[in-house]
Design a protein around this ligand. Structure first.
Ligand SMILES: O=C(O)C1=N[C@H](C(=O)O)C[C@H](O)C1
Length: 285
């Protein structure tokens, strides 16, 4: 069994006056570590990695690793240029990271054979495990079940962040048992864990991380009644976190709590005033 279990927070990247706010990032990392999460993801979708240049990406990972003080950190590696991806992979491999989270190359819509070749060659080059990131609504291409199962034979491919939105695929991956299945759709966390999923990478856990950890523990300890109650309690929060383009709502909530300033980089935008009002109401519950 690999380490890809429990609740992982895909960190936002805080900005202040247009620059990465490393002080705020450090504080957030400490907060999540103390909340009992299993690990952190830097440069995930929620981290606005696409809006960071190479130096900023490297600086973000360095800050997260330093503040995490041994808590496992996965680095997101998204892109559609194989050479640049490989270069980043080799760069970050020299740091003490727990793995890479890698989606299908976006926009170019490769064939399943192209995906097999792509992930296999990155896995061959990587000294740390890969978490495959299946998120067709963002990349434009599905990593089909058969492709995931073929890739599971590679010793360095150990988990999948499952955002495919197919209960049948989730079930088949869990039944196969070779890949750890991390729920990547926040609304599916409870069902995925109950089916035997190993955990979740969930942006909603930026808010009330302790409750997400409690949900994971309740399912692991087979306290179904407790787990169900916690999930129902978290459901309104999860809905609001994705009511507008992510990570706008997460950043709005964290800004209301005083952790960060409510800044995103274009083309991403802040949550609307209407949503911010709803988030404020939720915070009072
Ligand atoms: O940052 C991530 O990685 C996440 N991705 C999903 C998405 O892209 O919508 C959602 C998940 O909560 C975190």
């Amino acid at each position: 069994m690999s380490i890809f279990t429990g609740i992982w927070v895909p960190l936002i990247t805080p900005f202040s006056h247009g620059q990465v706010d490393h002080a705020a990032l450090r504080k957030l990392v400490r907060y999540y570590a103390e909340a009992g999460v299993s690990g952190l993801v830097a440069l995930g979708t929620t981290g606005e990695a696409a809006a960071l240049d190479q130096l900023e990406q490297r600086a973000v990972v360095a800050t997260v690793l330093e503040a995490a003080a041994g808590l496992p950190v996965i680095v997101g590696l998204a892109g559609n240029h194989s050479g640049l991806l490989r270069e980043s992979l080799l760069h970050f491999s020299s740091a003490a990271i727990a793995g890479f989270l890698i989606p299908a190359p976006y926009y170019v819509r490769p064939s399943q054979q192209g995906l097999l070749d792509h992930f296999s060659s990155l896995a061959d080059a990587s000294p740390v495990p890969l978490v495959l990131y299946d998120i067709p609504y963002r990349t434009g291409v599905q990593i089909e079940l058969q492709t995931l199962l073929t890739l599971a034979a590679h010793p360095q491919i150990q988990a999948v962040k499952d955002c495919a939105g197919s209960a049948a695929t989730t079930q088949a991956l869990i039944a196969d048992g070779r890949l750890q299945v991390l729920a990547g759709e926040d609304g599916n966390i409870f069902s995925s864990l109950c089916m035997g999923g190993s955990g979740a990478i969930t942006a909603s856990a930026h808010v009330r991380p302790q409750r997400f950890v409690a949900l994971y523990r309740a399912v692991s300890e087979q306290r179904l009644h407790d787990a169900r109650a916690i999930f129902h309690e978290l459901a309104p929060l999860i809905r609001l976190m994705f009511a507008e383009a992510s990570p706008g709502p997460v950043k709005a909530m964290l800004a209301q709590q005083g952790w960060i300033s409510d800044e995103l980089r274009a083309p991403m935008t802040r949550a609307s005033p209407a949503l911010r009002a709803k988030l404020q109401q939720l915070a009072q519950v």
